[in-house]
Design a protein around this ligand. Structure first.
Ligand code: WTA
Length: 646
């Protein structure tokens, strides 16, 4: 490969006890390093490690504008309730939009969007500001005030980021619910956040079909009477009932005088909440992670600039859904703060043909593409003829997030999409971390399947059950040892659970919920979740929520779900169901239960299969032992079953 910019290099000597893949190296060429913003990882890592607070303070000055400076960079007097940039005044929208209007970026494209059926819309920073400001004025006219929660439940259309930014502009807290979720999932999230306003669409296009979002929202709101107003974007033209006095069309509101584009950006405290985002943890209903204006903007801007090396004339495509944290940080806030051009696509990657993504890379001249292993595996199965038909020469860097990337998918992505020129940034992070945490940089030597090392200023470690660091090559609990600016501040309405879930197992360090290994080179290898979280196609789902959807069906007495390996999805959901006595097991009933979960939770939560059982393995205190179900399903040893009741 004479023209390769990243060179495979297997000269390392295998260490005993570490698998051979741990010695498959890819080294960036001098050209890649030359172009990169950070050329020497080691030097900056040393400086940041010696003074991580100082490192973040420098970034806050370099990348962000503040209305008033901070008095303290990091306040840890009330840990784990850390505060960053205390005393500073700011608003993330000022940095994402307002400040660019005074520069050459005013007429630069902020957002380019392509609909599934091929139509295009684009917004300069000037145009984006008008839309955001107008919708912010509309929200105000509907009575939304600083600190109020607004639920956003939409397809992937420009009005979604516009609604998010409009909330942030006036100090309201957005709570985006993924458009693939369904009635009960949406209802729980509206209820928990006590949102009086819901922003939705008539429907969303996906894979040539229409998802009836308004109908689902209506049903969820019927169960959550707190909602006073529903703003509906007309996207599909689907006939939808509009409730008099409650429901209003987006386009009608935006054409009224109340939609004033001269709307001031609220000046907020750095620690004021920006958004909440629901995610699943250990037990019970999903809880909302809270992020703030101040530290979050510093964290996302720094990581996007350093890791994805975003340049002013770049076209950046984060192919995630805006409804998940990846979309919040790296479709919306990060790229806009850096003044970049962010591309967003509405539909399915294979619609109408499996080269849709590659056609768009070519059409828009995308320079950096950030996606998930499940998408790569999904596209890989159609073969390389599809990407080979397209000109992908604009690509400079690639990214991966959401689950461990298997080395085969890594190599395919590297070879067929990046043409062996583009380093792959395998970024490990979480809804809770707000920003990339364990990640390479373009100048770093890569190993397929490893996220390499913690980002500047962070220290990670791997602990055993007792909280002692394990030896290199051994598996254990991944922990983070230092606070970081984009860290979650709490769980909405449940500070005790925040302390309990993240800071209690090993006092003083943040528990990620993942298991991992570190190799002899200090590289981290994520193995997967150690709690009751299942990653289906990179989407994070909790066993408890799927089980409660199953139990809400009249036939089900008890249910347990587990995640098992799946070739495309990474993991798939398998359900074990105990029926009520007057029901009999049948394939039809299994299918009915799958559909029921689909309509309560959403299609991604539909179990792969439903097995009827007479008994579920439980501890003597009555807790379902999913670990045992999982071992049995895979024909593996059941481990310690001394507490099993059967
Ligand atoms: C997993 C997504 C391996 C991990 C940004 C984590 C990963 C969970 C990677 C968070 C990666 C994310 N390699 N595993 N590069 N990135 N994960 O909150 O298990 O939806 O705890 O945030 O995804 O999922 P979440």
């Amino acid at each position: 490969m004479p023209t390769a910019d990243v060179v495979p290099d297997s000269s390392g000597t295998p260490a005993s006890g570490v698998e051979s893949q741990h010695d498959e190296w890819y080294k960036p060429s001098a050209g890649v390093i030359e172009r990169a913003y950070i050329k020497d990882w080691e030097a900056l890592a040393r400086t940041a490690d010696a003074d991580f607070v100082g490192f973040w303070e420098e970034r806050a000055k370099e990348l962000i504008d503040w209305h008033e400076p901070w008095t303290t960079v990091l306040d840890d007097t009330d840990k784990p309730f850390f505060k960053w940039f205390v005393g500073a005044k700011t608003n993330i929208v000022y940095n994402a939009i307002d400040r660019h209007l005074k520069t050459h970026r005013r007429n630069k494209l902020a957002l380019i969007w392509e609909g599934e059926s091929g139509e295009q819309r684009s917004f300069s920073y000037h145009a984006l500001n008008r839309e955001v400001s107008k919708f912010a004025s509309v929200l105000k006219a509907l009575g939304v005030k600083k600190g109020d929660r607004v639920t956003i439940y939409m397809g992937r259309i420009p009005e979604l980021p516009i609604a998010m930014l409009a909330c942030a502009k006036i100090g309201a807290v957005h709570s985006v619910v993924y458009g693939g979720f369904s009635t009960e999932a949406l209802h729980d999230r509206i209820e928990d956040s006590q949102s009086r306003i819901v922003v939705t669409c008539d429907g969303a296009f996906l894979n040539g079909k229409v998802v009836e979002l308004k109908r689902i929202a209506d049903e969820a709101i019927r169960r959550a009477p707190i909602v006073e107003h529903v703003v509906v974007v007309k996207r599909t033209g689907l006939e939808v009932p509009m409730e008099e006095g409650r429901d209003m069309w987006w386009h009608e509101l935006m054409s009224l005088p109340i939609a004033d584009w001269r709307c001031a950006t609220e000046i907020l405290d750095a620690e004021d909440p920006l958004y909440m985002l629901y995610t699943s943890g250990t037990t019970g209903k999903p809880k909302a992670i809270v992020h703030t204006h101040g530290g979050y903007q510093v964290g996302v801007a720094t990581t996007l600039k350093y890791v994805f090396d975003l340049k002013d004339d770049d076209r950046w495509w984060c192919a995630a859904d805006p409804g998940w944290v990846t979309g919040h940080s790296y479709i919306v806030y990060g790229p806009l703060i850096l003044g970049a051009t962010s591309f967003m696509y509405e539909g399915a990657p294979t619609y109408p043909y499996p080269d849709r993504w590659w056609a768009m890379v070519e059409r828009y001249g995308i320079n950096v593409l950030y996606t998930a292993p499940t998408a790569i595996r999904g596209l890989m199965r159609f073969g390389e003829a599809w990407p080979n038909r397209r000109d992908l020469s604009s690509l400079r860097l690639l990214g991966s997030v959401g689950e461990p990337i298997n080395p085969e998918a890594w190599r395919w992505y590297f070879k067929n999409i990046g043409k062996e020129r583009c380093p792959i940034m395998d970024t490990w992070w979480q809804t809770e971390t707000g920003m990339l945490m364990i990640t390479p940089l373009p100048c770093v030597n890569l190993k397929p399947g490893s996220g390499t090392r913690p980002f500047f200023g962070q220290q990670a470690d791997i602990y055993d059950e007792q909280g002692h660091p394990v030896k290199d090559g051994e598996e254990g609990f991944l922990v983070l040892k230092r606070p970081w600016p984009a860290m979650l501040r709490t769980i909405y309405g449940d500070p005790d659970r925040y302390v309990e879930q993240y800071w209690s197992k090993f006092p003083g360090v943040y528990l990620t919920g993942d298991s991992a290994k570190r190799d002899k080179d200090g590289y981290y290898w994520i193995i997967g979740r150690v709690d009751d979280v299942i990653k289906v196609s990179g989407y994070r789902l909790g066993t408890a929520e799927v089980e409660s959807a199953l139990v809400s069906h009249p036939a089900v007495a008890e249910a347990a779900v587990i995640g098992l390996p799946h070739e495309l999805k990474g993991q798939a959901i398998h359900a074990f169901v105990l029926l009520r006595h007057d029901y009999t097991a049948s394939p039809e009933l299994a299918e009915e239960l799958r559909q029921h979960v689909g309509s309560e939770m959403g299609p991604i939560a539909k179990p792969e299969d439903v097995k009827f059982v007479d008994q579920l393995p439980k501890t003597r205190s009555g807790k379902i032992m999913r670990r045992v179900l999982k071992a049995r399903a895979q024909g593996l040893p059941e481990g310690d079953i001394s507490t099993l009741e059967e």
